[in-house]
Design a protein around this ligand. Structure first.
Ligand SMILES: NC(=O)c1ccc[n+]([C@@H]2O[C@H](COP(=O)([O-])OP(=O)(O)OC[C@H]3O[C@@H](n4cnc5c(N)ncnc54)[C@H](OP(=O)(O)O)[C@@H]3O)[C@@H](O)[C@H]2O)c1
Length: 425
């Protein structure tokens, strides 16, 4: 069995190293040796002498490599939308199974990729795309296929989890925590994809599509980054026995699914509350299986390569058996994805208010006017520093945003200083 490796950077070079190191085990697990037929890269002249492969395997002609007759499997770990999309559709079109870690592409174009896999009679595996080393795609696609998943709550971005963890542990601000994450290599030089939630949104789209057997497009995922999280939010959460985490939340409701990515407060006793640093975890609530938690490294060359190797073994076995394993996602049902205004959860709202009699009643009446009932209200400070912290019962996002708009216009309210959703209760 021969494979074409497209990309040999952080993940690809570890795929090469692990395939060499585990050559015999892989052969035993597949039933025959799996060899690297060639490795496509962008920069032909880059020094790759540290890798345990012959230099002659490297090429800049990815299409030529994919189309070689002796290539059975294509492993795409280059990233980006193009040429990765064309490589994958070409491979699938030729009936060659594909393993990819490319969340950006899959989240943007899954129906076309799934249709190409179906048309080509080939497998498309992507365990590494959503949470790197953490086995999640396969459990959702296989182990839980007899169940109904009601909700998925996940920490799927290590950079932002590191930032929130440090803000919680040290009381530092967002900028300092980001600088620390960058220095330690947990954040990219351009951290936008992480801190603005794009990376997590792509993963949320993949997870929700598998969990709910429908296509959730990246554009349908509501996204808010962590850049607005303040030390005051962290302290306010702690005062109420909660922690702030960067969450991906996918919920099945009677009339559709809701998929969103944003920072939220969760109880300090929730299993996700103790997922700290750059670690990731995904908490799944299924009708019969109950609550399940998947935890581990959500990034890293070796960790991601482990998931890629698992997929290589799976598709190689399928090839040998003359089968493709999964029903194509393109054939899934078409459940509507609800807009954020209809998402239902609880909210933690902080307000700076004037300190005079009747403020509390006026604020409570404003929430009530929009049908939002209050679970707790705390008042602190005096004079210009008076603060109210309100935690609501479950309400729709639109009800809450209408409430906040009206509160902002009250003469008694200096400012609505923060609004954060409360999850996992
Ligand atoms: N890194 C992680 O922790 C992680 C975790 C989960 C998923 N992933 C996903 O894994 C994929 C790869 O990530 P990475 O971190 O390994 O990226 P990377 O270090 O930037 O490596 C990219 C590789 O692809 C090659 N490449 C890029 N464009 C190419 C082109 N047009 N033609 C031929 N080769 C091209 C590069 O060639 P040169 O070497 O010549 O530049 C390089 O070898 C991405 O989809 C990423 O989202 C990564």
């Amino acid at each position: 069995m021969k494979l074409a490796l497209l990309g040999c950077g952080t993940v690809g070079s570890e795929v090469v190293r692990l395939m060499r190191m585990r050559e015999e085990e892989l052969a035993a697990r597949v039933g025959e040796p799996v060899e690297i037929a060639g490795i496509a890269v962008r920069r032909a002249g880059r020094d790759r002498s540290h890798l345990p492969v012959d230099r002659s395997l490297f090429t800049t002609d990815a299409f030529g490599l994919i189309k070689r007759e002796d290539v059975d499997i294509v492993v795409e770990v280059a990233g980006g939308i193009e040429p990765a999309r064309s490589w994958i559709t070409t491979a699938l079109g030729e009936g060659k199974s594909v393993v990819t870690a490319n969340k950006a592409l899959l989240a943007e174009d899954m129906p076309a990729m799934a249709a190409a896999a179906k048309a080509g009679g080939a497998d498309l595996y992507y365990e590494a795309a959503a949470a790197a080393a953490i086995p999640l795609m396969r459990p959702l696609r296989e182990s839980l296929h007899g169940d109904t998943i009601k909700r998925v709550l996940g920490i799927v971005n290590g950079t932002t989890n590191y930032i929130c963890t440090r803000m919680t542990q040290t009381g530092t601000g967002f900028a300092e925590a980001l600088a620390e994450a960058t220095e330690l290599g947990y954040a990219e030089a351009d951290p936008t994809a992480d801190v603005d939630g794009y990376d997590a949104a792509a993963k949320a789209a993949l997870i929700a599509s598998l969990a709910f057997h429908t296509h959730v497009d990246l554009s349908e995922v509501y996204r808010e980054g962590v850049t607005g999280v303040t030390p005051a939010d962290i302290a306010s959460a702690a005062a109420e026995g909660r922690v702030v985490k960067p969450l991906c939340i996918a919920t099945r409701e009677e009339d559709g699914v809701s998929v969103r990515v944003h920072p939220a407060m969760i109880p300090a006793t929730h299993p996700l509350a103790n997922v700290n640093g750059a670690y990731n975890a995904v908490f799944v609530e299924a009708e019969s299986a109950g609550r399940l938690m998947f935890y581990g490294a959500g990034a890293g060359g070796t960790e991601t390569a482990s998931a890629v190797l698992g997929d290589i073994v799976a598709v190689a076995r399928n090839k040998r058996g003359g089968i493709t394993a999964f029903p194509p996602e393109a054939a899934y049902s078409d459940v509507p994805v609800k807009p954020i205004g209809e998402a239902r959860t609880r909210y933690h709202v902080s307000l700076d208010v004037v300190d005079e009699p009747g403020v509390l009643a006026r604020v409570a009446a404003t929430f009530a006017h929009h049908g939002v009932s209050l679970a707790t209200v705390h008042q602190s400070g005096r004079g210009d520093d008076a603060q109210l912290v309100v935690v609501t019962h479950i309400a729709a996002d639109r009800q809450l945003s209408d409430t906040v708009e009206e509160l902002s216009q009250l003469a008694l309210v200096h400012q609505v200083t923060s609004v954060m959703r409360v999850e996992g209760e």
